[in-house]
Design a protein around this ligand. Structure first.
Ligand code: XLS
Ligand code: NI
Ligand code: NI
Length: 436
């Protein structure tokens, strides 16, 4: 193994009593929880962009991190070193998956062809590292937002030439994902949105986006890529209004443009909050209709209105998320991807370990707590009781389509006023507290 993370060994599980900061207190990969190992339940992935390409740069200031893998002058040598550092990190942390954008692992070239050659070369290196380590690709995606050509969007660009460029780029990104055995391919809307309606034809742009997705589905079929396509909703940033605003918006888009069969959703915690929703709400909207495919785990800051992408630590949040995930029987080919970055002031490579260990422990605890809540039927018992009136009598007839407004009026004339029953929110909150 390489030695980019000097002095850091493989992170062991030591249990809740340990005070070793470089050990898991709750995440025990092999521990069985309801018939599956924790690793199988959680399917953690590390995001290449934040963890290995993050520099600490923000809108007010320059790069702050000094990373040994980022030192080589030559772009491709630097890309190779970064990839090796990444696989050293995955192994030491003990995760089974990672995620990348095409331009994270391979630098943009002078020409389109050179960019493709760079990507192909890095895919070869990644394939070898995957084989040597057993770490796999959870999902691949294309960076359709960083380069100036995408200033006005990629698929939603008013210039068809840019649409074509994006299509050509995604063709290679899907092929790269297939080559590396990626289990999913993600579309996050990047710059697919608008800043002002004064220069924007919203209907035209959404039709372009739909065309783009159909082409992706068709291309995947021609090369035999069988991974799951995912769309990642986000309401704003970088554009003022993104077309993939939230889960409900994306589901409606998929329905409108006949794409429902081909896509699921990748829900991100911080994006949910930016849309004015809780993380659990967005997970539930997707899960309700069988469309929760994967999750980007992170957290925002209630005092900051942007995508701060902090590591998850809140047990109420991880528990609520794991309740949704367990109740739908797991994430299938999806996983929990740490789309999260260090704070600018957390400057050292060791901080990357602290951050991921904390996030993994927070989700391991969420898993254990949610499992117990489900086993004890504390919520499900209450909820099914709350809807019990639909299991028999008039409620059953309503759901079976046997009633109409006229017959229900007759029912009311006979039975009169319904009785008001408490929703017991505080009582339920106290129960959740007692499990955490
Ligand atoms: C940005 C998104 C991005 C996607 C991948 O806010 O979260 O990181 O996950 O393109
Ligand atoms: Ni994000
Ligand atoms: Ni994301």
């Amino acid at each position: 193994m390489t030695d980019f993370f000097k002095g850091i060994a493989t992170i062991p599980f030591e249990g809740a009593g340990s005070n070793n900061p470089l050990a898991f207190k709750y995440y025990n990969a092999q521990q069985q929880v309801a018939g599956k190992s924790m690793a199988e339940h959680l399917r953690f992935a590390v995001s290449f962009w934040h963890t290995f390409k993050g520099t600490g740069r923000d809108i007010f200031g320059a790069e702050v991190y000094d990373r040994s893998w980022d030192a080589p002058e030559n772009k491709m040598t630097r890309a190779k070193a970064t990839l090796e550092a990444a696989f050293e990190f995955f192994q030491k942390l003990g995760v089974d998956y990672y995620c990348f954008h095409d331009r994270d692992i391979a630098p943009e070239g002078e020409t389109f062809s050179e960019s493709c050659r760079n990507l192909e070369q890095m895919v070869q290196s990644a394939a070898k590292l995957q084989k040597d380590t057993g770490v796999n690709l959870l999902w691949g995606t294309a960076n359709l937002f960083g380069h100036p050509r995408y200033t006005h969007g990629a698929a939603t660009n008013p210039d068809a030439h840019v649409f074509a460029y994006a299509a050509a780029q995604v063709k290679h990104a899907i092929a790269a994902t297939k080559e590396l055995g990626g289990e999913n391919y993600v579309f996050w809307g990047g710059r697919e949105g608008y800043d002002t309606l004064l220069n924007t034809d919203m209907k035209q742009e959404q039709e372009q986006l739909a065309r783009f997705f159909h082409m992706a589905v068709d291309y995947a079929r021609t090369i035999g890529f069988t991974g799951q396509f995912l769309i990642e909703p986000k309401p704003m940033e970088p554009t003022k209004h993104q077309y993939d605003f939230d889960a409900a918006t994306v589901l409606n888009f998929l329905q409108t443009y006949h794409l429902m069969d081909h896509f699921k959703l990748n829900i991100e915690a911080n994006h949910a909050n930016l849309a004015g929703h809780t993380f659990a709400h967005e997970l539930s909207v997707a899960s309700c209709v069988g469309k929760l495919g994967s999750v980007d785990v992170n957290r925002g800051d209630p005092l900051l209105g942007w995508d701060t992408d902090q590591f998850p630590v809140d047990l109420y949040e991880t528990t609520a998320a794991m309740l949704v995930i367990l109740n739908q029987g797991g994430l299938g080919s999806g996983g929990l991807n740490f789309d999260a970055k260090l704070r600018r002031g957390s400057t050292d490579p060791i901080d990357l370990f602290h951050a991921h260990i904390g996030g993994m422990d927070a989700f391991a605890r969420g898993l254990l707590i949610a499992r117990k809540i489900i086993d004890d039927k504390v919520l499900s018992g209450f909820v099914s009781n709350r809807y019990a009136s639909y299991a028999s009598g008039v409620g059953q007839d309503i759901m079976a389509g046997k009633m109409n407004f006229k017959t229900l009026e007759e029912y009311i004339l006979k039975t009169g006023e319904p009785s008001l029953k408490s929703g017991r929110q505080e009582y339920l909150e106290n129960i959740i507290n007692s499990y955490i």
